[in-house]
Design a protein around this ligand. Sequence first.
Ligand code: MN
Length: 150
Amino acid sequence: MENSLKTYKTKRKFSETPEPKGKVLKKKEKKLIFVVHKHFARNLHYDLRLEMNGTLASWAVPKEPPITKEHKRLAIQVEDHPLAYAKFRGVIPEGNYGAGKVEILDNGNYELKYADSKKIEFILHGKKLKGNYVLIKTSYVKNGWLWFKV
Ligand code: MN
C-alpha cells in the first residue's frame, strides 16, 4: 500500500480546488475512520476510503457500495488521500482533477482485522454500511479489487 500523498498533491491545484492539502498524520486516537464519498464526476462513482498508516487508502467504486452479501463491487485503488479528506464535501471546480460535486454517503469508525497486499478484512461501523467486509485484489483490472460483504 502506497503510504504517501505525493500522487495526491501532484494531481491537484490547491489554488483552485477546495480539497484539503493535508499531510500524513499520526493520530493519538486509536479508532480508525472510514468514509464513502458519492462523487458526481464525469462518471458518477463512490469512493471508499479507509484510514491506514496516517492516510486514507482509497478506491473508486463505479457502482453503489455493497449493502448485502449478494453485491460484489469492482473497486479501483487510487492514490492515498489525506486524513482530512474524510470530512471533505464540496464542489471540485471544472477543469480540475475529479471535477464535480462530492458528498459524504457514509462515515464512521472501522476495525481493521487483516491486511496484506492482496486482501483486506475489515468491519465498518457506519450508519448505512455496517458489518464485515472484504477487499480482494483481482488481476483482471489494473489496480482492481473486489469489494464485498461477508
Ligand atoms: Mn472520486
